[in-house]
Write a protein that binds this ligand. Structure first.
Ligand code: CU
Length: 197
């Protein structure tokens, strides 16, 4: 038999060998990737307990509730940068008593405070401050108010004030779901604020 006649046979044999080895190699890699490993830091507990303690549900349950602010006058700063992020009211969540006054301070320029239609208690007065101007508002109706900075509402520059009891909280939460659609950034901010009530 001439060697030339054996060539097709060898070609097929080598192809099978290569395919078989390649498959075996793939299996080994898959096996190795599928192996469960635990990355442990020195001095810290290792394994399942670590991941369980940082689960989202545990974090959601531990949201600190806002406390009633002392006194009858309260100040909210309008800021470019605050502890809670950029373009933000500080404090963004307030709990006050009926008849209290809120002073919105134009600490940084180009912000305002304006109540949001449909996100104040029934019968409550609305307000709309001018850009870069302070505005003081008397909270004359019990319930939850949500307000915004008009130029920065897309960045979720909003704030929440609870006056007395949060009697309209369900309505506010329903409206908040729609309001979120207009946020391009910080889309969870309003939910986080309302969770503090
Ligand atoms: Cu603003």
């Amino acid at each position: 038999m001439k060697i030339k006649n054996l060539l097709p046979f060898f070609t097929i044999l080598f192809t099978f060998i290569i395919l078989f080895n390649g498959k075996k190699y793939d299996e080994l890699v898959t096996q190795r990737l599928a192996t469960n490993v635990a990355i442990c830091l020195e001095g810290e507990p290792c394994g399942a307990a670590t991941s369980a303690s940082s689960s989202p549900s545990a974090a959601a349950n531990s949201v600190a509730k806002v406390q009633l602010s002392e006194g009858s006058e309260h100040t909210v700063k309008m800021l470019n940068n605050g502890a809670g992020g950029q373009m933000i009211f500080e404090p963004a969540v307030l709990k006050v008593s009926l008849g209290d006054t809120i002073h919105f301070k134009a600490t940084d320029a180009a912000h305002n405070s304006a109540s949001i239609d449909g996100m104040v208690p029934n019968g409550a007065n609305s307000w709309a401050g001018a850009l870069s101007q302070d505005i003081s508002v008397v909270m004359d109706t019990e319930g939850v108010y949500v307000y915004q900075c008009d130029p920065h509402v897309m960045m979720a520059m909003v704030g929440v004030i609870q006056v007395g009891e949060a009697i309209n909280l369900d309505d506010i939460k329903a409206s908040a779901a729609d309001k979120k659609a207009s946020f391009m950034l910080n889309s969870d901010r309003l939910d986080e604020y309302l969770a503090q009530l």
